[in-house]
Structure formats: structure tokens, C-alpha cells
Write a protein that binds this ligand. Structure first.
Ligand code: GLP
Length: 248
């Protein structure tokens, strides 16, 4: 696991966007594992601009997202589908809707939807690059603490900490869905290369716990220690705190 301080969100986002750009240039049918959350907004803004500037044909690029809230339709303004369209897919004309995968949060049978999603991932093959944010409690995707390292795509219950963190996007905390469909930890680990990004004070504890190195289901992100190609991109604020407390 390589830890890289890229100073701030802007430079970190430019790095990740550039890595994705290079990937789709070198492999026009690249498979990208995508994430949502505030962390990714600047990544997608930069990426969308770079894709346009380079006039990249994205029609053969395949993307799949980590997760979606249960109960939200693809049109709901807080669905991850709407987020992805708003921040990335609407900005380039050549994305091919047939190659864009997100779980359907309001599928009539969410267990079946989860199974089919995992099946589709198997058919598509592993992601060339999987990008990840991290929850304050160390979750990746919506794999909350004590998710099995063997887990695949399934319906998960969100913890109060995650509901609280994500309530900033909803009018009332009661409106935050209590469940999500999330790719599992073993599904995420299939990616060839993983880049995790964390910026700002509220991610310090999660990154500290991750870098302390104990691999435990109590900290879902710690599974990444078992992966051969992981970069953790942090900013100066997190880096400095890790130096000060002796983690690095
Ligand atoms: C959500 C998403 C995760 C994301 C995390 C952090 O719970 N399911 O994929 O990494 O939040 O989000 P943010 O970047 O907004 O801090």
C-alpha cells in the first residue's frame, strides 16, 4: 500500500483524473470502478474536462459503481445515479449508457438485483482502476464495520454514523435511506488497481486506523492491505497529523 501526500484536494483529484484518462487512452474498453461522495466531485469535474479536451471516445468504456441507496429511484435527486449523471456522465457525449452499471435502488426484488449485479460484474471482468473514498468509520462502498471480507454485492444496513454523515445531502435525517445495495469487499478486491482518496480532518481517524496496519473486519478498508496494487492519496492535513502522532 503506497501512501502519497498530494498536498490538497485539487492536486489529488487531478492525479486520479489523469490516471483514469491515461487508462482509457491506453485501453478504449477499460473497466472503471467508480465511487460517489463529496470526495469524488472534484475528481469527476477534472476528469470530465480532461476527457473533453482530449476528445476521448468513451463508447467502449465500461463503468460500474460501488453502491446505491435502497428505495431511491434512478431519478431521485439523492440517488447515486443522479449524482453520477450530474458530475460525470452528462458532461461527455460519448458515454454509452449500455456500458454504465449502477445497482437499481428501487428494484422490485433488491436481493435479486444484488445477485444480478454481482453476476454482471463477473461477466464484465475486473476493474482496471477502482477508485474509493472512505467513510469516517472506515467503510468502503457501503461495507460497514464487521462486513465479511468474503462479502459480495448484497443489501446492507447502514450504521448510524454513516446515516449521520450522509444526512448533509437530505433535508431531514429521517429521509436518509437505512439500507443500500453495495458491492462486497471481495468484489472490490478483484480490481487490478485501487486508488483510495481521503481529504480533510474528518477522514484522519479512518486513515490513521487504516495505516496502523491491523487487518480486521472491524475496519473494512483494512482489507486493502491484502491487495498488491493500492495507492492511498491524502492531503497535507492528514499527512501532518499522521506524522505528528507517529503513525507515519
Ligand atoms: C458514502 C459512499 C462511499 C464514500 C463515503 C465517503 O457512504 N457509499 O462510497 O466513500 O460515503 O463519502 P464522502 O466522500 O462524501 O466523505
Amino acid at each position: 500500500m503506497n501512501v502519497i501526500n498530494l498536498k490538497n484536494r485539487t492536486v489529488g483529484s487531478q492525479y486520479v483524473a489523469t490516471e483514469i484518462l491515461k487508462q482509457v487512452i491506453s485501453k478504449p474498453n477499460a473497466v472503471l470502478g467508480l465511487a460517489t461522495g463529496n470526495t469524488m466531485i472534484e475528481v469527476y469535474k477534472t476528469l470530465a474536462a480532461l476527457l473533453n479536451v482530449n476528445q476521448i471516445d468513451l463508447s467502449n468504456v465500461v463503468t460500474f459503481n460501488l453502491d446505491e441507496y435502497v428505495g431511491l429511484s434512478a431519478e431521485h435527486n439523492q440517488s447515486y445515479r443522479v449524482y453520477m449523471n450530474a458530475h460525470l456522465f452528462n458532461h461527455n457525449q460519448t458515454w454509452n449508457n449500455k456500458n454504465i452499471y449502477l445497482p437499481v435502488g428501487d428494484a422490485p426484488n433488491i436481493e435479486l438485483e444484488s445477485e444480478l449485479y454481482e453476476q454482471r460484474l463477473g461477466e464484465i471482468g475486473s476493474a482496471d482502476i477502482q477508485i474509493l473514498g472512505i467513510g469516517e468509520n472506515g467503510h468502503i462502498g457501503f461495507n460497514e464495520p464487521y462486513s465479511s471480507f468474503e462479502s459480495v454485492t448484497r443489501v446492507v444496513d447502514l450504521t448510524p454514523s454513516t446515516i449521520n454523515a450522509n444526512s448533509q445531502h437530505f433535508e431531514n435525517i429521517e429521509d436518509v435511506p437505512k439500507q443500500a445495495i453495495s458491492m462486497g469487499l471481495s468484489s472490490i478486491m478483484k480490481a487490478k488497481r485501487i486508488i483510495l482518496l481521503a481529504f480533510g480532518k474528518n477522514k484522519q481517524q479512518a486513515i490513521k486506523a487504516l495505516l496502523e496496519g491491523e487487518v480486521s473486519e472491524a475496519l473494512p478498508a483494512s482489507i486493502l492491505h491484502k491487495h498488491p496494487n493500492v495507492e492511498v492519496i491524502i492531503d497535507d492535513e492528514i499527512f501532518t497529523s499522521l506524522i505528528e502522532d507517529g503513525t507515519l
